[in-house]
Write a protein that binds this ligand. Sequence first.
Ligand code: HC1
Ligand code: SF4
Length: 577
Amino acid sequence: MLRVLINNKPVQVAAGSTILQAVQLAGARVPTLCYNPRYKPHATCRLCLVTTNKSSKPLPSCITPVEQDMEVTTDSKELLEYRQRDLELLVGRHPNECMVCQVNGNCKLQDAVRDLNLEHAFEKTELTSDDDFKKKLDYETQDIRLGKNIRGGEEYRQDFTSPCISRDMRKCIECGLCVQACGSEGQNLNVIGFKGRGGRMLPVTVFDKPLKDTPCIDCGQCTNVCPVGALTEHFDWPKVLKELDSKRKQLIVQVAPATRVAISEEFGLPSGTVSTGKLITALRQSGFDLVFDTNFTADLTIMEEGSELLERLKTKENLPIMTSCCPGWINYVEKHQPQLIPLLSTAKSPQQMHGAITRKFYKDAFIVSIMPCTAKKGESIRPGMTGDVDAVLTTRELGQLFKSRKIAFTQLPDGKFDSPLGESTGAAMIFGATGGVLEAALRTALDLAGVEHPLVFEDLRGLGAIKESDTPVGKVCVVNGIGNVVKLFHDDPNWYKKYVMVEVMACKGGCLGGGGEPKSMDPDILLKRMKAIYSIDERSTLRKSHENPDVIALYKNTLGKPLSHESEYYLHTTYYP
Ligand code: HC1
Ligand code: SF4
């Protein structure tokens, strides 16, 4: 351990730590813009400059290692001037649209402007009336808009071609976090990379193509780390707000497993707080007539997928069965590894099963789903599924919607899901964590096969990259994050052949780390959300999908049995290379 003085306060830090880590340990603060604890720091923004007794020049604290007896000063007139100068350059070329920007209030550039008293650098925006604001919302909801803007002789693309991800490169501050998230430190897909050199570097897509024409899988990890409004989900919440206000139709909403934990962060509650009851009440106060649970169809997915597994084990065909509920993974298979298509479970995801069943019973309703995931927006308009779910909102968008409704989220009493599409088991809940789908499938498939087994499969839990378990029906594998799938294929194109079942979730941590989840600077955020998800399973009275009484009733009254003709019609789908 090294002894360091931060603004005269002594702290002990491990050798190899950065000054920024020591500053945080001492409870002090320096402003940061391009720093994210998930990725290697590279000191682009230079807002985290500090002075020390070891150098005559200010040093970027995010990349400078501590030394024994280093004396660090985080605040001084000189440092403020340095930081202000660097920030002014960024602000000077940033569009002056904060009042109508979708990330207004959740933007690190705004935070830095406030921190460094640079408000004067932003001129007053001209948009002052409600009408102007509504016009802006209409503009944001247009499906396709491809334009270019001129800035400093470069062309900057506004790209609204993807139903999942929007890009407005006028707002880019060139921090490079999106390049890291999509590249070798994250998804290993390199859809976004730097173009140009030195001060003219700009993150662009492969060959600078519109996002819809690239190998992007819509995972949204780039949007989750963008500190400003340059990369965002495609915003659908204004469209939902209009439907809620117009009351033209019955409004129905379903809630994904992971969102009931992460929504807490949007309202300042500690990470890992379970807010299921408050979430239900807030949705009702927002104007939804029926609040259902995606977990209900997570149980249904297990019935179908577990039965498919047992069928394939019997026929020894199309093994390993590969899970199909993550649309980022499906996009990856279709775009990058189409030879795997026959191995994918044909079961629709719980979102789409819920949409199909709800639509069967509520033909004219407007159906919304709340997901931690940007790719779910694209999934809802896949061939054969369009029209079941009318709009998909990310957890972040739901936070915006609640805030626009002035809902006092933290003060709300607990509500209850509507029945029957709101009942679920603990097995459904763990879908939200990496390994959870496979664990839930095993709990049911092994029971149905009459084999003794533990309830909890510890080997499949946690944040490991590749997790395996030997089960009575064969070896199974969980791959945590698409970046790890890319590595596996790179090392051995036949890596999957030794398993009977493989689960892949495109985002690290599973859905709880989805691209549409609240942005967080907490290095332990995935573990905290995961712990909360498993705690819900532990508290559940029913923990196996085939024990869900409403699922049993749905088969009895409507679908017959898993893999029946009716089940195939409503609950299964097709994939396309
Ligand atoms: Fe997921 Fe799923 S678990 S894909 O991670 O199978 O998004 O939360 O809703 O559909 O249930 C996401 C989460 C989610 C589906 C379920
Ligand atoms: Fe890359 Fe995912 Fe962003 Fe697409 S959505 S550019 S795959 S990080």
